[in-house]
Design a protein around this ligand. Structure first.
Ligand code: ZN
Length: 80
């Protein structure tokens, strides 16, 4: 994935739900952990992956704006 702050493709963190752990906890707590599990799934789903270099969250809109701006600049350089 491309980081708009580093201006290049970088490695990234992604929120991963550890389903096996949550399943175990749900069994141990007789099902009351299911509420926590659901919250974790919802939070992870709404969390964008983070850049490993600068810790900035990936932003598709910002990254594509930047690519568009760079292409425009490249085209204007070729025109001269
Ligand atoms: Zn970055």
């Amino acid at each position: 994935m491309r980081c708009y702050k580093c201006r290049k493709s970088t490695g990234h963190w992604e929120a991963i739900t550890r389903n096996k752990l949550h399943l175990l906890l749900s069994v141990l707590t007789a099902g009351s952990w299911l509420v926590v599990w659901l919250v974790v799934i919802l939070v992870n789903a709404s969390t964008a992956p983070k850049c490993l270099v600068c810790k900035t969250r990936f932003n598709k809109a910002k990254a594509s704006n930047q690519i568009a701006a760079e292409k425009k600049l490249e085209m204007s350089l070729h025109a001269e």
